[in-house]
Design a protein around this ligand. Structure first.
Ligand code: ATP
Length: 448
């Protein structure tokens, strides 16, 4: 493959062609920054999210799961600081009025922007006479709050303002006390949540990497203030386990220790886990030590005591928090780009997705060698039903000739294709063909 962009384009095209991901509202001309998952994308996303839930909630004794409302009382976002500070720097093309995120614009033009304040960015634009991508002059830098504002109920006034949540984390913090009061967990313990988050990104781009509506999987892990480091290290290791579980090559994942000037003001330590996407090395997920910032804010604004009492002692304190924050779309994009392969079979170019078996949207495709032979079709339906009962994600595929079926299944990453032919009618064996090696074997139906 000639360039990284070509790989990205090939993945986007495959995602659309094969029913993984479509542009949101495409039929009406689209809605920028939104994506719809087709049948295979939905299955892949579900497999990723279910694996996360199993690894980080179900299989652990120290974890609880919640599913909080997306719409929350506006005080949540005032207390968390999002109303005042959840903003990105924006500039406007003075001729076309198109708006751009300043740091992205400067980065694309070859400038180093890490750690720069809004003022620094402004100076950089003026001093270097940076123009918009259309060659026009730019406005002054200003801030743009990324929360989607709405009103709850029939009256639109100050008191009915709400926001589509920009992160799932706050739905966990606001339920901290509920979980403690119902389950009396010992420290350290965590609460996990999966769900939609919304950010009015100034310039959504790079396929699903930067969307306006996306899905997060977050854990808030509550710890004794003096013991945060051991839990931070535990989660650091668990993040690596996660990357391995979703099949990302170790050498494509990188830790970036975020310097103090780039960290959120409440964070004492943050590691961004970056991945070598086809678009370049970018943030896949984050791990942050958030101190007692969020629970402290709730105590201050809601006037409710957020102390945790250590059982059997007089010790009380607001727990500190370690937060691993995973983005579903970025995980999915990393999985797809790690799985994407091109090779040559019988002198023809072949594209296949080498998904780990547990993530593959379809585990088996079953087909009769010829679809106009009723006895083959009947036998193939029998095998299909057996496999479907056992594995669920099994596809019936009798479209086109066998070669075409294999190519189609390769492109959607199905690990095994099972073909029923005339020998099957005699000896109850089938051909099973391996996606990665393209090797075919004869196997008794009972052993499938
Ligand atoms: P970035 O710097 O790329 O904008 P961020 O640091 O603002 O990301 P966080 O607020 O730490 O992101 O969000 C946690 C995770 O949520 C990110 O690591 C990413 O996986 C995911 N995420 C954040 N914003 C988006 C988005 N616009 N589209 C898709 N996923 C996102």
């Amino acid at each position: 493959m000639a360039s990284k962009n070509e790989k990205m384009e090939a993945i986007v095209s495959l995602a659309k062609r094969r029913g993984f991901i479509y542009q949101g509202s495409e039929i009406y001309g689209g809605l920028s920054g939104t994506w719809d998952f087709g049948p295979l994308g939905t299955a892949l996303k579900r497999n990723i999210m279910d694996l996360w839930w199993k690894m980080f909630v179900e299989d652990r004794e120290d974890m609880y799961g919640v599913d909080a409302a997306i719409l929350m009382n506006q005080k949540v976002w005032q207390a968390s600081g999002h109303v005042d500070t959840f903003a990105d720097p924006l500039v406007e093309d003075l001729v076309t009025n198109q708006r751009y995120r300043v740091d992205h614009l400067l980065k694309d033009a070859g400038f180093k922007v890490d750690g720069l304040s809004f003022d620094d960015l402004n100076k950089m634009i003026i001093e270097n006479k940076v123009k918009s991508p259309n060659g026009n002059s730019l406005s002054e830098v200003r801030t743009f709050n990324m929360m989607f504002k709405t009103n709850v109920g029939p009256v639109s006034d100050e008191s009915s303002i709400s926001y589509l949540r920009p992160e799932t984390a706050q739905g966990i913090f606001t339920n901290f006390k509920n979980v403690v009061d119902c389950f009396y967990p010992d420290l350290p313990f965590g609460i996990g949540q999966q769900g939609k988050a919304f950010r009015n990104e100034i310039s959504p781009r790079d396929f699903i990497f930067r969307s306006r509506e996306f899905e997060q999987m977050e854990v808030e892990y509550f710890v004794h203030p003096e013991k945060w480091e051991e839990s931070f290290e535990m989660w650091r290791k668990l993040v690596w386990d996660w990357c391995e579980a979703i099949g990302l090559p170790k050498e494509s994942v990188h830790e970036l220790e975020v310097p103090a000037e780039d960290r959120a003001h409440y964070s004492k330590r943050t590691i961004d886990f970056e991945f070598d996407f086809p678009i370049g090395r970018e943030e896949l997920l984050g791990l942050a030590y958030r101190t007692d910032f969020d629970l402290g804010n709730i105590q201050r604004v809601a006037g409710k005591n957020m102390d945790y009492s250590v059982k059997g002692t007089n010790e009380k304190f607001i727990p500190h928090v370690i937060e691993p924050s995973f983005g579903v779309e970025r995980a999915l994009m990393a999985v797809m780009s790690s799985a994407y392969r091109e090779d040559e079979v019988n002198g023809e170019k072949r594209i296949y997705l080498k998904f780990p078996e547990h993530l593959a949207p379809i585990k088996f495709a079953v087909s009769p060698l010829l679809k106009n032979k009723p006895e083959l079709v009947a036998k193939a339906r029998e095998v299909f039903t057996i496999l479907k009962k056992k594995h669920g994600a099994v596809m019936w595929d009798d479209n086109g000739n066998i070669g075409k079926r294999y190519r189609r299944q390769d492109e959607i990453g199905t690990p095994y294709c099972v073909v029923i032919d005339f020998d099957t009618l005699e000896d109850n064996t089938v051909t099973i063909r391996d996606r990665d090696t393209t090797e075919q074997k004869r196997v008794p139906i009972a052993e499938l």
